[in-house]
Design a protein around this ligand. Structure first.
Ligand SMILES: N[C@@H](CCC(=O)N[C@@H](CS)C(=O)NCC(=O)O)C(=O)O
Length: 229
């Protein structure tokens, strides 16, 4: 059986930016897939068996084989289906740079954003500054990464676009709980990119509304603050 014969099954959570980037990649490449919604308070035996180390979504199962970690799954999708389309740049240096920024977006930018959502006081203030600083660094990097084209992937909506776009629908909660506004007026590249990607079919189909995501984070914040106080 060829690796492309069995449908990929994605164990997911509707609000997870990590799971949603996997679904968006499959949509963008026109790959058929099945999904299974997970309850993180009561994870399915399938998830626990497929991802015993992190027990996180997304986890995929393809041809009976499990794989986890969204950025690794994106590369697997790219490698498996690149005969008809690509997500990552082909140039080795550009590919490495895309991976560098994906790591920054998850581990600096969103780590700070999520910390603003689930903390208050001094920790929240520090995270707020880090979030805005990271935002401005991404703004500065866009023309270099995209070569002045509309998407991070140049003319094509690609890997880094898919990595960042789920957060666009979540960072309103960062602004609300952090009581500040992202300085979009200082970010013409990010503003133009948001305008463009928000209308994209895969984005509209897969990502939750800002309101639904905010309700989710309101509950997460309440739980996190009651644990820490
Ligand atoms: N680095 C992981 C992060 C995945 C992750 O943290 N997923 C969250 C949902 S957004 C999760 O499954 N958490 C498990 C839990 O809370 O027990 C990735 O990129 O896939």
């Amino acid at each position: 059986m060829s690796s492309q014969e069995e449908k990929i099954k994605v164990l997911k959570l509707w609000v997870s930016p990590y799971a949603n980037r996997v679904l968006m990649a499959l949509e963008e490449l026109g790959v058929e897939y099945d999904t299974q919604e997970e309850d993180l308070n009561n994870k399915s035996p399938e998830l626990l068996q497929a991802n015993p180390i992190y027990k996180t979504v997304p986890t995929i199962i393809h041809n009976g084989k499990p794989l986890s970690e969204s950025l690794i799954i994106l590369e697997y999708i790219h490698d498996t289906y690149s005969s008809f389309s690509t997500l990552l740049p082909t140039d080795p240096y550009e590919k490495a740079i895309a991976r560098f920024w994906a790591d920054f977006i998850d581990n600096k930018f969103w780590m700070a954003g999520y910390t603003v959502i689930v903390t208050d006081g001094e920790s929240q203030e520090v995270a707020k500054k880090e979030f805005i600083d990271s935002f401005l660094l991404i703004e500065e990097a866009i023309p270099k990464i995209s070569g002045g084209k509309p998407y991070f992937g140049g003319d094509k909506f690609g890997y880094l676009d898919i990595v960042l776009v789920p957060y666009v629908f979540l960072w309103h909660s960062v602004e609300i709980f952090g009581e500040f506004s992202i300085p979009l007026e200082k970010c013409p590249h990010l503003s133009a990119w948001i305008e463009l990607v928000s209308k994209r079919e895969s984005v509209v189909k897969i990502l939750p509304t800002v309101e639904a995501a905010h309700e989710w984070f309101t509950r997460s914040r309440k739980k996190a603050l009651s644990r820490s106080n």
